[in-house]
Design a protein around this ligand. Sequence first.
Ligand code: NAP
Length: 254
Amino acid sequence: MTNTSNSRVAIVTGAARGIGAATATRLAADGHAVAVLDLDENACGDTVEQITGAGGRAIAVGADVSDSTQVTAAVDRVAAQLGPPVLLVNNAGVIRDNLLFKMTEDDWDTVMGVHLRGAFLMSRAAQVHMTEARYGRIVNLSSSSALGNRGQANYSAAKAGLQGFTKTLAIELGPFGVTVNAVAPGFIVTEMTAATAARMKLDFETFQKGAAEQIPVRRVGRPEDVAHTISFLMSEGAGFVSGQVVYVAGGPLS
Ligand code: NAP
């Protein structure tokens, strides 16, 4: 734990692993109590143990972010057990990649449901606590794929949609002391990119090496790179930064 003076309550969705787990751990190290939310409550155990083992406060919460009843119950439970959640990271994500002519309606709806509907439902439920507290921070996970990526029409549309969602919430919630920003990672080593390598029938190491050669800083990203940026946007001192999209991609993107 590095600081408890500005301790608040955070919810990180999709925090059982990957970027979400690194973000939950980082926010706990920043001094916040963290609700580690994922589809399967049991899967959150490792992240919770990592936080509590380091002296932090965390609970595991099982919920599907695309289900409004589950979202309401989850946010209510966090408020009852940890206190009003005024920090929210909409990180839960799935991919259902395919070229347009092969993409099914289910592939489309699933991706929209988790990324867009999920961020909408979680933000709508959590903003009640933020506006009441006259303080809040929301970070939405966009992606470099928002700029276009072959085989990801659904994911790209959802991640671009999250940028518009972010800017609109920043306008609506700003008067209540709530900032809303998006972080758009490039290539980050997680199970999601491992699944992409598998779909392309590439060895994951080879896939990472090829990606690193195209990135100006000549390496692929780690979950901690994204968590560090989110930590800044979640901080009290970042209160004049809102409606922004920060690319965490080892170089500029156009
Ligand atoms: P990941 O390793 O696949 O982890 C995503 C987590 O979200 C999983 O634990 C997953 O649970 C959970 N999840 C999926 N659907 C959910 C739902 N409906 N409700 C609650 N939780 C759900 O992914 P990641 O690479 O860490 O990515 C995290 C975020 O960053 C995503 O939004 C992703 O799109 C974005 N991003 C990642 C990269 C990258 O290179 N990795 C780049 C740009 C953006 P299950 O395991 O049970 O499905």
